[in-house]
Write a protein that binds this ligand. Sequence first.
Ligand code: ADP
Length: 214
Amino acid sequence: MRKGLFISIEGSDGSGKSTQIENIKLFFADRGIDIVFTREPGGTVIGEKLREIILDKELTEMSDMTEALLYAAARAQHVRQVIKPALAAGKIVVCDRFADSSIAYQGYGRGLGEPVSIINGFAIDGCIPDVTFLMKMDPRVGRRRIRAEQQDRLEREQDDFHIRAFEGYLALEKRYPQRIVGIDASRGIEEIKLDIYKKLEEVLQSVPWQISGK
Ligand code: ADP
């Protein structure tokens, strides 16, 4: 029987993921349930090294496929070293961005298409989130919230790249309606939080397995 619970949060930069992750942490803390919060590279030494390469502003010669493979490599390590062991121990894992990000940004944004899904199939090794919150908002609006000097190599891409990635997210939402919960992220922080909490309540009530909170 599957143990643990795997929740991911996705969306454009500046769409409020970090803000709502803080609310998700509070949701579980209020119920006395410990969670494992993670994001790629997930604190793995190998992932950190790969991430340095991926986000380096100097490496303008990087090919799109190299970028996709590096992300997938970092994810493969993160899944095996962090996520799978936590789920096997019955934990709730909350992950800031996961494989859907690659499909959106490298598959749709860079235009690499289906190979990105295949590569990520190897990387995630069957570790598919139970629930994915997708923060839906015009990526141009989200990006205006982020100061230009804080942007890394990918964030510096032009609007059309981010718009294609957002369209990728919408396609994923259509394709996986059971898993992906679309959230209208253009609303106020509290309103969004209530939507997310409602879904989390539902999810907690429906899990047939024992969550190991402590
Ligand atoms: P992400 O993690 O998706 O990049 P953040 O949570 O860091 O996004 O939010 C980006 C900025 O937008 C922050 O300054 C944050 O305070 C602000 N913000 C987050 N959610 C909202 C919202 N619903 N309405 C207005 N501003 C928001």
